[in-house]
Design a protein. Structure first.
Length: 197
């Protein structure tokens, strides 16, 4: 039996979205569900026992009963973005000028691209780390993952600064970069939680 957990800040964020009457909340919920269903489907296919699922601001984190191989973890991490990409393609192919389908496809595509950013907390970071670990020794794969994550965050931060200066927007991206920098490169490094995401 899988144990479901949800962080308090995530619960607050979900309730805020529900009561904000966001026009595309249903489409976002479907896109997120398909993404997470992709992870769960591959876990079942590869016989990966999931101990618990914790929902946070950056999605769901699955804790396995035993540490899977890098190949299995790579497939598990890639399954969510793949499911999202298939949903986006499906929506765009059968759109027929339907706004809900267009927004579902667009949100699913945005979620897929976001999750492929190579950060430790996201699928992209896990994919990069597992792929690098299959080719290089662990210390090298850790350095590759940290460097790519740092460069990605730094690029997004520069873009947010540019948007702040030029258009007085981009505050959310600026905060996002600061949050992920602290989570990925300060807290994880102190806790030694960088080897397995």
């Amino acid at each position: 039996m899988k144990k479901l957990k949800i962080s308090p800040i995530s619960l607050f964020w979900i309730l805020a979205l529900i009561f904000s009457n966001s026009p595309h909340l249903t489409e976002a919920a479907i896109a997120i569900s398909v993404h997470e269903a992709g992870h769960l489907a591959i876990a079942r296919i590869l016989h990966i026992d999931i101990k618990s699922i914790t929902f946070s601001l950056v999605g769901a984190r699955m804790e396995c009963k035993s540490t899977p191989s890098y190949k299995k973890e790579l497939a598990l991490a890639a399954a969510g973005p793949c499911a999202g990409a298939v949903l986006s393609l499906f929506c765009f192919l059968i759109n027929n000028d339907s706004p809900p389908l267009f927004y579902l496809g667009a949100i699913s595509l945005a979620l897929t691209v976001f999750n492929l950013i190579p950060l430790p907390s996201l699928d992209g970071g896990r994919i990069l780390f597992c792929a690098a670990s299959l080719l290089f020794p662990l210390p090298v794969s850790l350095k590759i993952t940290k460097l790519c994550g740092f460069l990605s965050l730094f690029s997004l931060w520069l873009l947010s600064v540019y948007l702040l200066i030029k258009t007085a927007s981009g505050v959310s991206m600026f905060v996002f970069c600061a949050f992920f920098f602290a989570k990925s490169f300060i807290f994880n490094s102190k806790n030694g939680d960088f080897e397995r995401f």
